[in-house]
Design a protein around this ligand. Sequence first.
Ligand code: ADE
Length: 241
Amino acid sequence: MRIDVLTLFPNMFSGPFAESIIKRAMDRNLITIMIHNLRDWGSGKHRVVDDYPFGGGTGMVMKPESLFEATESIKAESAYPSAPVILLTPQGRVFNQGIAAELTALDQLILICGHYEGIDERVREHLITDEISIGDYVLTGGELAAMVVIDAVVRLLPGVLGSEESAKDDSHTRSLLEYPQYTRPQTYRGWETPQVLLSGNHAQIAKWRREQSILRTLRRRPELLEKADLSPEEKELTSYS
Ligand code: ADE
């Protein structure tokens, strides 16, 4: 998979992709991430990419030329002309694990990080094919949102996670939150690890974990339970608690 990012702040991306699982995936050529500086397509000596809004008002608007030309030059070199062009914006559809899974199946993504008061509407109408928000709050720009999307998508690519880090048990894949985890020491400051986890009885442990997942989801995110695949006994558990 290849991901191209168009941004006014390319340096913001150096930290997150230089560490851990994403770095390992890049080193193993499972993913190519190209960060493009939008100013390279800016106009004039000052590489201008924004201008005042027609009709007045505060803030600046991203001009169409640099966004169209940058995207077209990426597409011209690409083997995947149908790659989606995704704008990160609080106005987009709200990102979740389902959208991450949908994007992981594609060969290329082009991500555009929005800035200032917004982008010229003609970019939305004639260039962008999808708009994604990472939540109902406003960031200073689309960069952090792009990093979140990339991280969630890349870890789902085949071979990126080792078997011990497998994504198939991810809480949001099953619409249930994770069960509590414990590690050594068995007793810490007098706080005990639940006995069942020390029992060696794998069936009992699996049952306890499943119940804990369901109860935690019920208390914290009850709306998720509607999509969860629960047995009749498990449904009963949620109605008594
Ligand atoms: N840009 C600013 N805020 C954002 C958000 N919540 N999601 C995606 N892009 C953004």
